[in-house]
Ligand binder design. Structure first.
Ligand SMILES: [Zn+2]
Length: 100
């Protein structure tokens, strides 16, 4: 709540030349730490209210600090990114098996 309350934002109308469309975005006003952390605090608050906390998981790679929201159907996702941590883990397992 501290960061949610400290976050001040304004609406910003933005024109996209390539698609000839307008978009209404919310942007931080001011350059304080609170305004930088505000969008993060909002996203977390929204997740806590609307999301399923059991689907927030920590990446299983031992060297990774990332968490993710498991949107897979079976809810068995293990990695923040298959391309990064999943493959790193599989390559390490393969090296282990090959060397023994
Ligand atoms: Zn990871």
């Amino acid at each position: 709540n501290e960061y949610l309350h400290a976050y001040h934002s304004v609406l910003h109308l933005q024109y996209n030349k390539e698609t000839n469309t307008l978009a209404l975005n919310r942007v931080a006003s001011g350059g304080t730490i609170a305004s930088l952390l505000g969008p993060v605090a909002e996203a977390i608050a929204q997740l806590l209210v609307e999301g399923d906390a059991t689907l927030v998981k920590q990446c299983e790679h031992p060297d990774c600090i990332l968490w993710f929201y498991d949107r897979t159907k079976a809810h068995k996702r293990r990695w923040c990114s298959m391309a990064l941590c999943g493959n790193r883990y599989k390559a390490a397992q393969f090296r282990k098996r090959s060397s023994s």
